[in-house]
Design a protein around this ligand. Structure first.
Ligand code: GDP
Ligand code: MG
Length: 231
């Protein structure tokens, strides 16, 4: 599939990922110019390496996964599809082709990469299970993961009016996608151990902290459910 003219922007939030960022950009089946790296205050060479690889770099000094994604979206211009991908090379960037295909074929608005394979510790799997189960109970959805590697039509994403600036980002997108009635697909993506140091699920403590924030996000979205309108 030739994706060069498909108007895709790839958003990569990154915090101190100098060991992996170049490999992620190089492995993408798209020109590096369509990649936006949101550098979240890295103290290593992440930003310089991303720029050297040909990506656009935006800097978001305020920490937070969602804050970085929002900063990248602000410069995404006239992209018609947005792909989100982590900077740690734990996913296979070439699988972008599989994630965008259903959108290009008008079979989906939103395609979620469900992580299969190695590299995720038991506590990360347990935390994900807990959050996914809570979402499915509350919203009647059939999600199986909250993975970072995902593709969404830009006009659909705009309708969701994303706000979360931290680890609730992926959850907010899924919950609002269900509420807005987006046509959603979950496809397997293969994971492997990340390069470099995990900032979240590398320790039990990190996972518990992230999962606590995620459950708070789910509770908040549940309580404010009636207040949202999607035009
Ligand atoms: N923007 C932003 N990105 C972060 C932050 N912490 C981690 N990341 C990025 O988010 C992704 C997931 O983080 P990671 O450390 O791999 O967590 P793990 O997958 O749970 O081990 C990576 O691309 C990180 O560079 C943060 O505070 N802000
Ligand atoms: Mg990771």
């Amino acid at each position: 599939m030739d994706l060069r003219h498909a108007a895709i922007a790839v958003v990569i939030p990154a915090l101190n990922e100098a060991a992996s960022i170049t490999r992620v950009i190089d492995a993408l089946p798209l020109p590096a110019a369509s990649v936006i790296v949101a550098d979240n205050g890295s103290t290593d060479a992440t930003a310089a390496l991303a720029a050297a690889a040909g990506a656009r770099v935006v800097r978001e000094p305020q920490r937070g996964y969602g804050a970085a994604c929002l900063a990248a979206l602000a410069v995404a211009g006239d992209a018609r599809i947005i792909v989100f991908l982590d900077a740690d090379f734990s996913e296979r960037p070439e699988q972008l082709v599989e994630l965008v295909a259903p959108i290009l074929d008008n079979r989906a608005d939103f395609v979620l990469g469900r992580r299969v394979g190695h590299g995720r510790p038991w506590h990360a799997l347990a935390g994900t299970w807990l959050c996914v189960t809570a979402i499915n109970r509350l919203w009647g959805t059939g999600y199986r993961d909250l993975g970072p590697f995902r593709a969404i039509r830009k006009d659909a994403l705009d309708r969701l009016q994303m706000q979360d600036r931290t680890w609730g980002w992926t959850i907010e997108m899924q919950v609002k996608a269900a509420e807005a009635g987006l046509l959603t697909l979950e496809l397997p993506v293969t994971t492997r151990p990340r390069i470099g140091q995990s900032k979240i699920s590398g320790t039990v403590r990190g996972t518990v902290r992230a999962a606590t924030k995620m459950l708070a996000t789910i509770a908040r979205l549940g309580l404010t459910r009636g207040q949202r309108r999607f035009t």
